[in-house]
Ligand binder design. Sequence first.
Ligand SMILES: *Cc1c(COP(=O)(O)O)cnc(C)c1O
Length: 390
Amino acid sequence: MAIDNYRVVSEPITNDMSGMAKASMDWRRLAHNVETLASLTDVPLMAMIKADAYGHGVIPAARVSVEAGSASLGVATLREAWRLRRLPDLAEIPVMALLYTPEQPGLAETIEAGAELGVSSLTNLDAVAVAAERAGTSARVHLKGDTGISRGGVAEPEWEAFAEAAAKHQAAGAIEVVGAWSHLACADEIGHAANAAQKAAFERFLSAVAAAGLDPAVRHLANSAALIADRETHYDLVRPGIALYGYNPVPQIPVDLKPVMELRSRVATVKRLPAGTGVSYGHAHRLERDSNVALVPLGYADGVPRAASGRAEVYLAGRRRRILGRICMDQFVVDLGENTVRPGEPVILIGASDHHPDADDWAAWAGTIPNEILTGIGARVPRYWNRGTA
Ligand SMILES: *Cc1c(COP(=O)(O)O)cnc(C)c1O
């Protein structure tokens, strides 16, 4: 496989002046996850690399996903689509942008650059047709029906009018309808009644699209959870996001996925404190015995969730150790007990081995999902893509 070309992605994405924290991405693990997910379906993958590839770095993630077999790329914003469209090596790979407003600057430029657009309302459909005219080309669009998530997409009573308007714009040459799609609300809950209801609604949406004389080449519905849990949702294309990065949203169905990101920092200072000492803001924790403590210079501004205070652990000097008291903006304190370490000792917040905490652990400690942990890692943390060993 030509993936070896992507050993060159080992450049830092942001400038690292501190040398303390870094997020390291292992491209072999991403390639492995793409191949693993592809083996679960007969249809092509659209790799969802919105939000800077869930915090991993969009351009290397795009290249590795494509080299590993993803047929297309999905992003949220026009800016992300525009950036990807300017990469000559990905010029042949479809890129779909999901979200924009009708008056948004850059719509015509994005169409002109050749990005495909999800269309989630009649207003946006008309705006895309106008922008395409300005761009002097036809816009490749994916019509979105709201089949029950009640978020983006055209509501069922409007499907007929939506499809007919799209057919009219297509006949006029302003748009080309290449896709029809929707999104599931409860795909990670196997057997949830909403899944069957949404699948039935999607069939009705496809019928409305066909009734207007449209024949979109790709029909798509599945996110990571639906890709893993329900083949009936695969249609012509699947849109995995979180699973690409190594996290399984339906853990009751085991899939061989590997975390792509490792997040590390280093110990800044070490000191000994007496029993009874209050630690960090609010003295939310008091030492039960005389203890050594380490200061780690990473905080909630870097995406270490404050809500995980009192529960979270990091891997330091051979084992997991508790974070004491509140996680602060730029730093937190770790319990070393009777052990001691030297300043500069590595601290693993998110790791790839079973001994290390991972984004699922942080999500449990903070009451959220790994998607929010990964996308929340702050701009101060430099991202590196390495050759990896997996
Ligand atoms: C983010 C997103 C996905 C991927 O979702 P995961 O749950 O991360 O797999 C798929 N489709 C759409 C429309 C999305 O917005």
